[in-house]
Design a protein around this ligand. Structure first.
Ligand code: 3HC
Ligand code: NAI
Length: 703
């Protein structure tokens, strides 16, 4: 028998067990093992066959590491055919998550049962793929076309009881022990002479699909797809499920899966899948570093960020104390939290009861003595170093020994903040992104003296509250905000050079950014950047620099909050409209500043905006601020809505070719000056060696 799949006859039940940690993915050896076990069971005295898994989950899908490599037999379709054509009923017994190819294995079985805590799903779309082993053909046969569309294009797992209601599984088992419960179910099916049910035998009545359903789905999905093609191909597969016999539908699915698996989008999304998991690992941290227990949390400052952060902890049942300067500020902070929850209730995504429970997890105080017993403090007061130092000194005097003291600062020096305490080993940065209860990224900032266990705890608690964590060293703006500087600067410079705001934003939105940088400036408030620039002494003395942003603020056009900025906004819909007045103002300013306006191509817009990001990313790697290039990609995809289908700025740079990026940066340096365009030595080195960031990282880890 195979090392990863065993087969045993238990009375009249043949039990196949997959045991391939960590998630029983369908590697070649798992596929071969299942095939052999099913064939063996045909020959023995078994009357029913149960297929289950050991470990934390049922099969979690195809082995993603095998994609892009030459296929090795047996292929998944061959395994599924053997199951489906078995002369004895095969029952999939599910625990954990049956995902992707794993759920498709179960769909080829004659019956599916699951313990109540199990989930099933087809998450392929999140990897830029479609279910390639019958999911698009079998799910609509069981659950209907509409439900299949939602499930496959959304990619989210479905709890077993709901899956039963949808017709996707046959039985929710009462016990928690999957094998004994499944055997009992198998005996019951045998006793009642249950038939060999094959999903393939179901036909879909075309009349159950409304006219125009697929066209409408395509149009709707294209809007949110942001340059991804998988959604569109999923619709094609579902159309095939309705209009073609199953074998032709399966062939169509296979063909479209083949197209997607070799697409640049899927390569980028698979990169992000592994990058996300890699980012959670801290290099050099001793294995098994213990984490501290976090049972109660305090948040200092209940403003925009503090409130959202409090909601993150309440969401996982950890009590939170919000500390504010006075009662009025506290009332305001708690009021905003309540309002945010109420909006979710109004949208039908949260019950009133649950809302009250969440709110009751968050208490408020204006007295620091009340937080003496908390295990973690996250400071989120105004972005002012002296104020933050003052607060950390106070925390040092009131908090219990061993409490982790974290700051949510965007730019300030975490080491200087730590030095205001007598316990710098307990101080760490936990930089959330706005809105904190929604955005997935958490930059964990390691100070010079942060203790290993404090760092490990910050990463672990971040994961617990559902964040994707990436480690950053201390520098101005950490990984994300530091890289962003040149992006916003060039977006404004491009206006003087010949673009309209719409041209700049549209080029970046076409690339896949959720919102272009100028529209984003309008949303965040142009006054915020203006004030931040006023406080800086390191900016080049150049009248062109941020000229339009500055002028707009001086005109009182702060962005959406004043109804106009780079664009004007419809007060009702908040939809942006281009403003001819601004377009002519840009021209006047360019003339005043002696800039000769010209046609700017979309390619130049992308290069001007993204290459500064990449160049700064290279500097960040050289300095050891980020652990790896893929961590930077994680920061940008989860914190700045960089399109996942492009894999993050460093992955994108590798695809463009570092020599091309470097040459362009040199060209821009010669045209616009060294103060803005100085190639990072690492970028120059890799461009000359013909290497990618990924190759450099791999060689470095092997050295
Ligand atoms: N292939 C290869 N490795 C996988 C994998 C897969 N399908 N799924 C998870 N892993 C690896 C992870 O990279 C990680 O490796 P590491 O420890 O070296 O970092 C390890 O397994 C554990 O994964 P997680 O940290 O994600 O573990 P969790 O317990 O948090 O989550 C999970 C488990 C929910 C199963 C999650 O891993 C997951 O969502 N996996 C991906 C599922 C998926 O996308 N399946 C579809 C694949 S495509 C497909 O099936 C095509 C088919 O239609 C033909
Ligand atoms: P905010 O102005 O909305 O809220 C700050 C709150 O702190 C106010 O409610 C204020 O009353 C309170 N406060 C001030 N002094 C205090 C004290 N001594 N004790 C208790 N509370 C006090 O600010 P915002 O936007 O929430 O920012 C907070 C921090 O988060 C800043 O360091 C900022 O750089 C950082 N940050 C902000 C992001 C954003 O998009 N707004 C994103 C990520 C980080």
């Amino acid at each position: 028998m195979s090392e990863v799949v065993s087969y045993q006859l238990k009375g009249n039940i043949g039990v196949i067990v997959v045991n391939s940690p960590p998630v029983n993915a369908l590697s070649q050896s798992v596929r071969e093992g299942i095939l052999n076990a099913v064939n063996q069971a045909q020959e023995d005295n078994s009357e029913v066959i149960v297929l289950r898994c050991d470990g934390r989950t049922f099969i979690a899908g195809a082995d993603i590491t095998e994609f892009g490599k030459p296929p090795r037999a047996p292929g998944l379709p061959e395994v599924l055919s053997a199951i489906e054509n078995s002369s004895k009923p095969v029952i999939a017994a599910i625990h954990g998550t049956a995902l992707g190819g794993g759920f498709e294995v179960s769909l080829a079985c004659h019956y599916r049962c699951a313990i109540a805590s199990a989930k099933v799903g087809l998450p392929e779309v999140k990897l830029g793929l479609l279910p390639g082993a019958g999911g698009t053909q079998r799910v609509p046969r069981l659950a209907g076309v509409k439900a299949a569309l939602g499930m496959i294009t959304g990619g989210n797992p479905i709890p077993a009881p709901k899956a039963k209601d949808m017709g996707l599984i046959d039985e929710v088992l009462t016990g928690e022990d999957v094998e004994s419960s499944a055997i009992a179910y198998a005996q019951e099916l045998h006793r009642t002479s249950a038939p060999l049910k094959r999903v393939r035998d179901i036909t879909i009545d075309p009349d159950t699909v409304e006219a125009g359903f697929f066209d409408e789905a395509r149009a709707r999905l294209a809007k949110r797809a942001r340059g991804q093609i998988a959604q569109d191909r999923i619709v094609s597969c579902l159309e095939a499920a309705v209009s073609l016999p199953i074998d032709e539908g399966l062939a169509r699915e296979r063909e479209l899966f083949g197209e997607l698996v070799t697409s640049p989008e899927s390569a980028a999304m698979r990169h992000i899948f592994f990058a996300e998991r890699q980012a959670a690992k801290i290099k050099g941290l001793p294995k098994g570093t213990a984490t501290r227990d976090i049972k109660k949390v305090a948040i200092i400052g209940g403003g925009t960020m503090g409130g959202g952060i409090a909601m993150c902890f309440a969401g996982v049942g950890i009590p939170v104390v919000l500390v504010e300067v006075d009662d009025a500020a506290l009332e305001r902070g708690l009021g905003i939290i309540r309002k945010n929850y109420s909006i979710t209730v109004q949208k039908g995504k949260l019950s009133e009861d649950k809302m009250e429970r969440l709110i009751s997890t968050i208490s408020g105080t204006t007295n620091y003595d009340d937080i003496a017993d908390v295990d973690l403090v996250i400071e989120a007061v105004f972005e002012n170093l002296n104020l933050k130092k003052e607060i950390f000194a106070k925390l040092d005097s009131v908090c219990k020994a061993g409490a982790i003291l974290a700051t949510n600062t965007s730019y300030q020096d975490v080491d200087a903040i730590a030095a205001a305490t007598g316990r710098p080993q307990d101080v760490v940065g936990m930089h959330f992104f706005s809105p904190a209860n929604v955005m997935k990224l958490l930059e964990v900032v390691q100070g010079d003296r942060t203790a290993d266990d404090a760092l490990a705890t910050a990463m672990a608690i971040g994961k617990k509250i559902g964040k994707v964590c990436a480690l950053s060293g201390v520098c101005y703006g950490f990984i994300g905000n530091r890289m962003l500087g040149g992006y916003g600067r060039e977006a404004q410079m491009l206006l003087l050079d010949g673009c309209t705001p719409t041209q700049v934003d549209s080029a970046l939105e076409k690339f896949g950014m959720a919102m272009g940088p100028l529209a984003m400036g309008d949303l965040a408030g142009l006054d915020v950047g203006y004030k931040a620039r006023e406080a800086r002494t390191d900016l080049p003395d150049d009248p062109k620099l941020y000229r339009m942003g500055t002028l707009l603020v001086e005109m009182g056009r702060f962005g959406q909050k004043t109804g106009s900025g780079f664009y004007t906004y419809d007060p009702e819909t908040r939809r942006r409209q281009s403003d001819p007045e601004i377009e002519s103002l840009i021209k006047t300013e360019a003339t005043k500043l002696g800039v000769e306006r010209r046609e700017v191509t979309e390619d130049e817009i992308l290069a001007r905006c993204f290459y500064p990001l990449i160049n700064e990313g290279a500097k960040i790697l050289e300095e050891g601020i980020a652990q790896r290039p893929s961590d930077i990609d994680v920061v940008y995809v989860f914190g700045y809505a960089f399109p996942v289908a492009k894999g993050g700025p460093m992955f994108y740079a590798d695809q463009v070719g570092l020599k091309n990026v470097y040459d362009k940066i040199c060209e821009f340096r010669d045209r616009y000056g060294e103060q803005y365009w100085r190639p990072a030595p690492l970028l120059e080195q890799l461009a000359k060696e013909g290497k990618t960031f990924a190759e450099w990282d791999r060689e470095r880890s092997l050295a």
